[in-house]
Structures are given as structure tokens and as C-alpha cells.
Ligand binder design. Sequence first.
Ligand code: CO
Length: 180
Amino acid sequence: MALREIVHYGDPILRKVCQSVKDFSKLTKLIDDMFDTMYEESGIGLAANQVGVDLNLFIIDITDIEEEAENIYVFINSQIQESHGESWFEEGCLSIPDVRLDVKRPEFITLKYQDENGEDHVEKFSGHLARAIQHEVDHLNGVFIVDRVSQTAKMTVKKELKTIEKKAVSKSKFRKEFVL
Ligand code: CO
């Protein structure tokens, strides 16, 4: 088990559009570490740039929410092709500790992605899974939940954001290059 440090709001890597994965042969360690880290932090989704890796890759495990046997996913080079409907849900984010916001998102999406073997998929998602996917795809495009809410809603967490941002910015200056 190897835990990675979670990068917080304010770190420049979380504002980047992440690079596409081209080499699928070296992802196993990164993916294993990301699952370890996500479970340790009790998260249900984690994007690669949240552990400082600039790659279009994210993982999701919503088994607890859906109460099904298995709901574990790895998505690579994801692109939302179509979305429709509307739903509101309170979201949290491992990169913005202790902040929760009601976020409006499309309820249904069509996602084009690749799996760990580089195989192409186009699939439709809805419900919690569609929401989690959109949250993580946002991360890989440099977008946070605070960018998805009104200015008024953002103001309610302004203080918390400032504190997190200050720490993350100074930490990012001392960060070494992250490895796969
Ligand atoms: Co997040």
C-alpha cells in the first residue's frame, strides 16, 4: 500500500488541462496508489492531478452509495460527448477539505473514454455515477466545485478557501516532480 499526498485548492496543477495518456504500460502503480489514497481519505472519486500527476485519468468507487456489489471504475482520456437533464446534489472534494456545496449538473451524460488497456468505450451514465464522473472530468480540466456555484454560494466558503489556498500555494513551491 502506498499513499500519495493529496494536492489542495490553490496548487497550480489543479488549474491545468491534463495531458492525454499515451503510454498505458506504466499506469498500474499510479492507479493502485490512487485507490489506496482515495480509500484512506474516504473519497468516492480521485483525479490524477489531485495527487500531482498531470494525466487524464481518474478513478471512482461509489459502491457504498449504490449498495451494489461492485461499482469501481478507472477512466482514461475521458471526454463528455453529450449531456442533458438537470439535478442538484451536495458535493465535497478531497482537494477542498471541509467544504460542501450544492452543485447543479446535467443528470445524464455520454462519455467517451479508454480503459486501463487502452480500449475505447462510449457509454451512457446517470445518477451518482454521472455526477461523480463530471466532478472528476472537471478536475482534469482545471475546474472545481466552487466554479460551478453562484458567487453568493462561493462567498459562504470564502474563508475556508483562502486558508486552503494559502497553504497549497506555499506547499506547491517545494513539491518534487511526481512519479507515475
Ligand atoms: Co474533487
